[in-house]
Design a protein around this ligand. Structure first.
Ligand SMILES: *C/C=C(C)/C=C/C=C(C)/C=C/C1=C(C)CCCC1(C)C
Length: 278
């Protein structure tokens, strides 16, 4: 683990112009999406009843934190590459995956908080549910990180092991969220039910993208190295893997944070009876 627990491996694969710019553009779009969602969610607080305002405040914080981190991620991407002879080559500066994991360790528990806050469950139930979800979320991310920073295809079994360990709390969270959301449906006003069913689906579908992106980032090269069709000693994950992973995470983050935040707003709005529509 000498290439450092805090930074992705030493070498970045060469990228074509299209590959480099696709990732750069999606990072830029993610900064804009998160920033706009933050403004929207903070300003929308005035349009829901006071008991739902904390849910929107937390939703706004989630996208604010993500906006900052994507700005930093894009910065790190620029540092990691230089344009040489019509293609992008690694500068030797590591692309810093820590920003993303720092983001998740803050935002994933807060996403649980915004959901539980909009449900407005009885206090004891909400505390119990949140404690379980927050601990599981922290474990999921902490166990994923050591695998994420492995960039050497010859050490792929370690990456797979961390991925499997991280998947245990992952499935636990999905199971708890699915069953608790389903149980809470009958206590919710009819107008909010349909939206909560959508929220349930959005969580399962967008969250599934993360382990898939994690698996795509390098597994083809690792398998090829095993089969002897690629040079495992190069110690670099392929360009396709890096691009798929970064784009996959960015799209999932936009949906799971900004898209989900708008859903939380719609649920809060549908449950608000006192505040006039605006
Ligand atoms: C806003 C960020 C969110 C909702 C992040 C969610 C992240 C995950 C569901 C990550 C899951 C992972 C696994 C299940 C196994 C491989 C490692 C991870 C951390 C990518």
């Amino acid at each position: 683990m000498t290439e450092g627990l805090f930074l992705l491996g030493s070498a970045m694969p060469d990228l074509s112009l299209v590959q480099y710019n696709s990732v750069d553009n999606i990072f830029s779009m993610t900064v804009a999406t998160m920033g706009a969602a933050a403004l929207f969610l903070f300003m929308s607080r005035a349009h829901v009843d006071s008991e739902y305002r904390p849910a929107l405040l937390v939703s706004g914080l989630v996208v604010s934190i993500a906006c900052y981190h994507y700005f930093m991620i894009r910065h790190s991407w620029h540092d990691a590459y230089a344009l040489v002879d019509g293609g992008y080559k690694g500068t030797g500066a590591a692309f810093n995956d820590f920003y993303r994991y720092a983001d998740w360790i803050l935002t994933v528990p807060l996403l649980m908080v915004e959901l539980v806050a909009v449900l407005r469950l009885p206090a004891a139930k909400a505390t119990n549910l949140l404690t379980r979800l927050v601990i599981a979320a922290a474990l999921m991310i902490a166990l994923g990180y050591p695998g994420e920073v492995i960039a050497d295809p010859s050490r792929w079994s370690e990456r797979v092991m961390w991925g499997v360990l991280s998947s245990i709390p992952f499935f636990y969270i999905l199971y708890v969220l699915w069953t608790e959301l389903t149980n809470s449906l009958e206590t919710q006003p009819p107008a909010a039910r349909r939206l909560l069913e959508i929220a349930r689906l959005v969580i399962v579908i967008t969250w599934a993208v993360y382990p898939i992106a994690y698996a795509l980032g390098g597994t083809p090269e690792a398998l090829a190295a095993k089969a002897g069709t690629a040079n495992a000693a190069s110690g670099v994950v392929g360009a396709g893997g890096v691009v798929a992973l970064q784009i996959g995470y960015a799209i999932a983050d936009m949906t799971a944070k900004a898209g989900f935040g708008v859903l939380i707003y719609l649920i809060a709005k549908s449950k608000s009876t006192k505040t006039a529509s605006a």
